[in-house]
Write a protein that binds this ligand. Structure first.
Ligand SMILES: [Zn+2]
Length: 323
């Protein structure tokens, strides 16, 4: 197969982004042929959300059929919060109406009704991020990659020995819920002092406000750049907790590289220097010595590229196995 056409979708709480991409064998960056973006409309309920997801796929598929001679869709990859357990979606806090939905079945049925048939791959969005960065981005060429998305929450995805590590249900890498220091703030999941409830953007801001910070609408960037003593104290504590979190990741997986995504990853180099130092302080020295902690390279596109990569990986491993 010279080229394969695949669709990649990133389903977020507010918007669905999709690409139709043309991929060649090997790990060169797929070429985006068409992009579509649509509101998720999570408040309108599961039927509406599924319909919107299917509509994005149909729109990309329709474009391919109309504009590309001999068009054939090789696969559809989808990245979403949560993971499929026994066929049902679990842990999707950003789109609660999808909780418990037999996502693959329901979506396949809708697509078949519209005569769109292609293998469907559904994976956690942090896994998609890690896969995209390991194939096309900052972690290209490394075999053991941990992707850490630090936004309003903290998510993680693992690519170990060059392969996605899914765990039993596809829920491996939920590192946001590692306990860092149980004396810390209550996490969205109900437990206390998790990585997420210490270091995600929302919780950094909460700690800052609780400590008496004065910046209006504080976010990690404003707090990082502030000269206030309280802001400096909160950031210092944040580096320390990042260090503890990364030390655990380093001990558990002995990665080549940890790639950061999400809003917090856009902080300047000094941030990376500080969390890197804190990680080395807390980790086993032999394991921490050569690990790199870096910013992502694909930015917001990592989600759709990672989703597309699920399908690309499948069609090329399939074609080489069957040829
Ligand atoms: Zn938690």
């Amino acid at each position: 197969m010279r080229f394969a056409y695949v669709i990649g979708l990133d389903i977020g709480g507010t918007k669905i982004e999709g690409i139709l991409a043309r991929a060649a064998a090997g790990s060169s960056m797929p070429k985006v042929v068409k992009k579509v973006r649509m509101p998720t409309d999570a408040a309108a309920g599961r039927k509406a959300v599924i319909c919107n997801i299917a509509a994005v796929i149909a729109s990309l598929y329709g474009y391919g059929r109309e504009s590309i001679a001999g068009f054939r869709l090789s696969g559809i990859g989808i990245g979403t919060a949560g993971f499929l357990k026994g066929g049902r979606l679990e842990m999707v806090p950003n789109i609660p109406c999808l909780m418990g939905v037999r996502f693959r079945d329901v979506l396949s049925r809708q697509l078949l009704e519209w005569e769109i048939a292609a293998p469907l791959f559904i994976e956690n969005d942090s896994i998609c991020f890690a896969l995209a960065e390991s194939m096309f981005g900052a972690a290209r060429g490394f075999r053991n990659v941990v992707g850490v998305i630090v936004g309003t929450g903290i998510g993680g995805g693992l690519v170990l020995e060059g392969r996605v590590y899914r765990g039993r249900d596809g829920g491996a890498g939920h590192i946001g819920h590692m306990t860092i220091d149980p004396s810390g703030p209550k996490c969205g999941c109900g437990s206390k002092g998790h990585f997420e409830s210490w270091c995600s953007g929302r919780y950094i801001a909460q700690r800052y406000m609780a400590a008496g910070g004065r910046i209006e609408e504080p976010g990690p960037e404003k707090i990082f750049h502030s000269k206030e003593a309280v802001a400096k104290k909160v950031m210092k504590e944040t580096y320390e907790k990042f260090g503890i979190g990364f030390a655990s990741i380093i001990s558990a997986f002995n990665p080549d590289i940890i790639v950061l995504g999400g809003g917090v990853s856009n902080l300047p180099r000094e941030f990376y220097r500080n969390i890197g130092m804190a990680a080395k302080k807390h980790a086993n020295p032999a394991l921490a010595k050569n690990v790199k902690i870096v910013k992502n390279r694909l930015g917001d596109s990592a989600g759709v590229f990672g989703a597309a990569a699920l399908a690309i990986k499948n069609c090329y491993s399939y074609s080489s196995a069957s040829s």
